[in-house]
Design a protein around this ligand. Structure first.
Ligand code: NAD
Ligand code: DAU
Length: 339
């Protein structure tokens, strides 16, 4: 079995490749990644000596590059993680999100159709559903919830999903889609809330909390996302969407408190800043379909996942330090003026 994994130098993609290489010793994996500001091929340095893993630098929206690669490699399975993934950046540069997330997906779908891949899996997000009210705990996103994206990022992901479904319906391409809630864990770029907090708390720097800090996210440890994708690839039904989530709903202030307490840092580091424009209030996944149809269950509780994450960042300080330098400094200053 030969897999193309795109975006495998990013956070979830690199965790997924490591998971698959370990679980399926007979699979060959090609990782295509553009190495944007958040991509880092060294995340998978341990696989350098593994002959059945290869890294190829390139952009998914570059059609001639993608077609040549498919012609040469004849992939069985495509898993598309590659994306511009940060909501805040989509508010300042929406066009970049459309190019990678929509046109890049189209390029991969077209190549998958031409070369007859056996499965095309689109990594999507719960953000395509928009948000839920804060105090209606019974309301959660199911696969039938209306598509109602709030940010340019979410719109680009929703558009890619619709395109993938159209390739299934119009061309019979064997497509599956997964929509996961917020991930956390090793190798997450420190623009995202949890690693941003860890990096700043450990340096005794102020931590920005948007708005009133009451927005709720439904957190999932990244390895549990990987196991869900694995199950969908092997047992999922084509043309279907699977929501993935661990039912760990916490407000941002609650999440911040847990992390500060574990790091033994004071809550006075938390600093309220101007709210994110269009900030989704609450996400909550109903994972009933993937649990009942495929038997998936997360194996990490929130407390276990946070401990594993803190331990990883503690033992990978050089990795974090490298990410916090260069482009990140300018990004941080522009996003959090005065902090
Ligand atoms: P990330 O930003 O850490 O990684 C994205 C990777 O894609 C990077 O390695 C980057 O270099 C690469 N990339 C960007 N543009 C590219 C292009 N044009 N061509 C090729 N490669 C390109 O993102 P992540 O958090 O690992 O997210 C991965 C996927 O999972 C995304 O599709 C995202 O929408 C989805 N997702 C993320 C979460 C989350 O909580 N992080 C939750 C649900 C779904
Ligand atoms: O739900 C899945 C989505 O989760 C993925 O599709 C996205 O790729 C991923 O980035 C993530 O989106 P969020 O916007 O929810 O994640 P982020 O880490 O940016 O923010 C989490 C919450 O924390 C959100 O309510 C905004 C808040 N926040 C974030 C940052 C960066 C702050 O209060 N301060 C901050 O500095």
């Amino acid at each position: 079995m030969k897999l193309l994994v795109t975006g495998g130098a990013g956070f979830i993609g690199s965790n997924f490749i490591a998971y698959m290489v370990q679980k399926y010793p007979e699979y060959e994996i090609v990782n295509v990644d553009a190495l944007t500001y958040c991509g880092n091929a060294d995340n998978l340095a341990v696989l350098e000596e593994t002959a059945r893993y290869r890294f190829v630098q390139g952009r998914i929206e570059d059609k001639s590059f993608i077609m040549d690669l498919f012609e040469k490699e004849r992939f069985d399975i495509v898993v598309n993680f590659a994306a511009e993934s940060h909501v805040d950046r989509s508010l300042t540069e929406p066009g970049r999100f459309l190019i990678t997330n929509v046109l890049g997906t189209e390029s991969l779908l077209e190549a998958s159709r031409k070369y007859g891949v056996k499965r095309y899996h689109q990594i999507s997000t719960d953000e395509v559903y928009g948000d839920l009210p804060l105090h209606e705990s019974a309301m959660k996103f199911s696969e039938d919830s209306p598509i109602c994206p709030s940010s340019p990022y979410a719109v680009s992901k929703a558009s890619a999903d619709l395109l993938a479904l159209a390739y299934h319906r119009s061309f019979d391409l064997p497509v599956t889609i997964s929509r996961c809630s917020n991930n956390y864990g090793p190798y997450q770029f420190p623009e995202k809330f949890i690693p941003l907090m860890i990096g700043r708390a450990e340096r005794n720097q102020k931590i920005p909390i948007y708005g009133d800090g009451q927005n709720v996210r439904d957190w999932l440890y990244v390895e549990d996302h990987c196991s869900a994708i694995d199950m969908i690839l092997h047992q999922g039904r084509c043309g279907e969407i699977y929501n993935i989530g661990g039912c760990n709903e916490y407000s941002n202030l609650q999440t911040a408190s847990v992390i500060l307490e574990k790091l033994q840092k004071p809550e006075s580091l938390l600093t309220f800043v101007r709210d994110r424009s269009g900030h989704d209030r609450r996400y909550a996944i109903n994972p009933a379909k993937i649990e009942s149809e495929l038997g998936w269950k997360p194996s990490y509780t929130f407390a276990e996942g946070i401990d594993a994450t803190l331990q990883w960042y503690r033992t990978h300080q050089a990795w974090l330090e490298e990410r916090l330098n260069g482009e990140y400094q300018a990004y941080f200053a522009a996003t959090y003026p005065g902090l």
